[in-house]
Design a protein around this ligand. Structure first.
Ligand code: ZN
Length: 180
């Protein structure tokens, strides 16, 4: 997609974390597992991979998920991020599989490419990319955006706990997508 490593910035955010009133938003929960705690090391590993390839990345994972989604979106818009991805997992009754969400056609392209690649690398089910009209991070971002549902917190817990492997697969998928 004609990525310029000197100028272009990818926003890659960890879902949930610190909320507007300063309290902690853990996202969905299954037993002792929380969405925020599972996603942070995945995002860190993905960011590490992308930076090792010379990609500029804006992320709240650098400060352990210190920004809520409103703050993440404002930050990304201020920095003129070229792509936005927020990393989440689905609640405990959700079916197995990787299921990224998008609203724009450019978002759909990224969702499909990255999602399929990650599912294959992780030996997970590809559940599909889904259009959603009601999500802040998709609607308020000035650039193509994806909410990346990494899997279901119960059905895919084993895969979600392989944070380094998952994050690397995610980083690789993003890299391949933006450099192709
Ligand atoms: Zn979430």
């Amino acid at each position: 997609m004609a990525w310029n490593k000197d100028k272009d910035i990818m926003a890659l955010m960890a879902g949930h974390g610190k909320s507007l009133d300063g309290s902690w938003d853990s996202g969905c929960v299954y037993g002792s597992n929380t969405e925020a705690a599972l996603m942070l090391p995945i995002v860190k590993a993905a960011v590490r991979y992308l930076r090792s390839k010379g990609i500029k990345v804006l992320t709240d994972a650098d400060k352990n998920n210190n920004r809520n989604m409103t703050s993440c979106v404002k930050w990304a818009n201020n920095k003129h991020a070229k792509l936005y991805m927020s990393v989440h997992c689905d609640y405990k009754l959700a079916p197995k599989g990787v299921a990224p969400l998008y609203v724009s056609s450019a978002g759909k392209k990224m969702a499909k490419y990255v999602g399929k690649y990650v599912a294959k690398q992780m030996g997970m089910k590809w559940h599909g990319a889904f259009k959603r009209l009601d999500l802040y991070e998709l609607n308020a971002t000035d650039c193509p955006a994806v909410i990346f549902e990494t899997g279901a917190i119960k059905a895919d817990l084993k895969s979600l706990k392989k944070a380094d492997q998952y994050g690397k697969a995610l980083g690789k998928a993003i890299y391949k997508y933006i450099m192709k």
